[in-house]
Design a protein around this ligand. Structure first.
Ligand code: UN1
Length: 495
């Protein structure tokens, strides 16, 4: 019998009020049920928000360094359980073990960063324009946060949001993706074990239409942090506008790697293979376009195609596997539909293009790593996010043209340039429109202590990661203390 899981509301494990459930299966072997989870609705969200609102009044008064101590304890538990967590995550969403270990590591890094931020949360003191008057700005927590997360980084992304939210003194209602409810549940268990008080973190499982919508339109939720598709992000933005919630959106990408003719081609090749087919292309930072200088185009393509065809697909728990399955059937269908679109548009299919069959692959959502050559910037496969193992290759003549092609998208998350010419590198850093630019590094692999996020339709201007995420989860309060003992009128008595 598959294990049954519950929501966690106000410190108690509970079923959905409706009693409904949904199943979660292993994408590498759909016969294997990971667990049965509550299919919650608005009434469950209401309970969770009530608990979070109540808990907030106490939690906001706990000194931030003390909250940081709990974060450190969370990190310590994650370190001790890293291998077990990674295995559970690979079973649940399919990416290879080395990558789920990395995903846990990002969570650990985020926990320790949050722990140390408990002793910073810096405000500012500034001089007042009047004598005997003190002026400062301090950070204060905001209230209840709605946390809505995707399946592709089932540990790291929830931690990016929940740890800084909670460290800052907020409480949260957490809705994880329905493809990765188990990892999310384990994360909540770890937080409780480390000493997070009841009501501070609540988890409500279920779909976007029921649980997600109830969160984004809830009058008693103050902020929303969401990672997912641009279409859903726009809808959240609209829903949240009625109650003027603060909203942080991390959305789609159509990231490109440029390879100049002066680049170290072996390095660039390793980079694009990892960026395009690591995580089966299912990262918002994945390399979806390769922009190749014409002088090296043919040579680079022939090795790229060879190496791509040799990539070993399989269950991510097996040590030889390099590329895991797509997360579910609908994701694989999207990939298949783009393979058709690319061919109809006249792109040349040079690797992959089909559902992967063969030993050990028949019961999973596997798709071959796929490359389209001779793609032009106007094709849909050059512009739209696919979120799967598909790479579109575009030929260019110069750095300027390469940057123009790279910028020719509504998205602006990650970008990469391979060159040995420092002048070219700095022109690229200046002119590329993206939240992240890598030089001689693939488009994936952001570190947890730097700002993470994108420009244009990749987001709405906020950043996760590092110190920047604390700007989202705190409000600035300006404080003036007049110790002159008399009424001093600013802008009037002093001028
Ligand atoms: C994502 O795909 O949503 O930079 C996050 C990276 C990872 C995070 C990806 N550290 O590729």
């Amino acid at each position: 019998m598959p294990q049954k899981f519950q929501n966690f509301i106000n410190g108690k494990w509970v079923d959905a009020k409706s009693g409904k459930t949904f199943e979660n299966r292993n994408p590498a072997n759909w016969d294997e049920v990971i667990g049965i989870f509550p299919k919650s609705g608005k009434e469950d969200v209401d309970e969770a928000v009530k608990a979070a609102r109540f808990a907030f009044e106490k939690w906001r008064l706990v000194p931030a360094p003390k909250r940081g101590d709990i974060m450190r304890a969370i990190g310590d538990i994650m370190v001790a359980r890293k291998e077990e967590l990674a295995r559970e995550m690979t079973r649940e969403m399919g990416k290879v073990l080395a990558e789920t270990r990395g995903d846990v590591q990002e969570g650990i890094d985020t926990a320790y960063y949050a722990s140390s931020e408990g002793r910073r949360l810096f405000g500012r003191t500034v001089p007042s324009e009047l004598p005997n008057k003190f002026a400062m700005a301090i950070r204060v927590p905001i209230g209840v946060g709605g946390i809505i997360t995707p399946w592709n980084f089932p540990m790291a992304i929830p931690t990016w949001k929940i740890f800084p939210a909670v460290l800052s003194g907020n409480t949260v209602v957490f809705k994880p993706a329905t493809d990765t409810p188990k990892t999310a549940t384990t994360l909540v268990e770890i937080m409780m074990e480390a000493g997070i008080p009841e009501g501070v973190v609540n988890i409500v499982h279920g779909g976007g239409n029921e649980v997600g919508n109830a969160i984004t339109s809830h009058p008693d939720i103050d902020l929303i942090s969401f990672t997912g598709s641009t279409a859903v992000g726009k809808q959240i933005s609209r829903d949240a506008s009625d109650t003027l919630k603060r909203v942080s959106l991390e959305l789609g990408g159509k990231n490109a790697q440029i390879v100049m003719d002066d680049a170290d081609l072996d390095l660039a090749l390793d980079g694009v293979l990892w960026g395009a087919f690591g995580t089966t292309g299912q990262r918002c930072t994945a390399t979806s376009r390769l922009i190749l200088h014409e002088k090296i185009y043919d040579k680079f393509m022939s090795t790229l195609v060879d190496r791509t065809k040799k990539l070993r697909l399989g269950d991510g728990l097996l040590p030889a596997t390099e590329v895991g399955p797509c997360v579910n059937e609908s994701q694989r269908k999207t990939v298949q539909s783009y393979v058709e679109i690319g061919q109809k548009e006249g792109a040349r299919l040079v690797a992959g293009g089909s559902i992967a069959r063969g030993n050990g692959l028949s019961k999973g959502w596997f798709h071959e790593p796929t490359i389209f050559a001779d793609v032009t910037p106007e094709m849909r496969v050059a512009k739209e996010e696919i979120f799967g193992p598909v790479l579109s290759v575009i030929r260019t003549k110069s750095l300027e043209e390469s940057i123009a092609v790279l910028n020719n998208t509504v998205y602006g998350l990650s970008s990469s340039v391979y060159t040995r010419d420092v002048n070219k590198a700095f022109v690229a850093i200046r002119d590329i429109k993206a939240g992240i630019t890598y030089i001689n590094v693939p488009t994936i692999g952001a570190e947890a202590h730097l700002p993470f996020g994108g420009v244009k339709q990749t987001g709405n201007g906020h950043r996760e990661g590092g110190w920047t995420v604390y700007d989202f989860f705190t409000e600035w309060k300006a404080v003036y203390v007049d110790y002159s003992g008399k009424l001093q009128r600013a802008q009037i008595d002093n001028y």
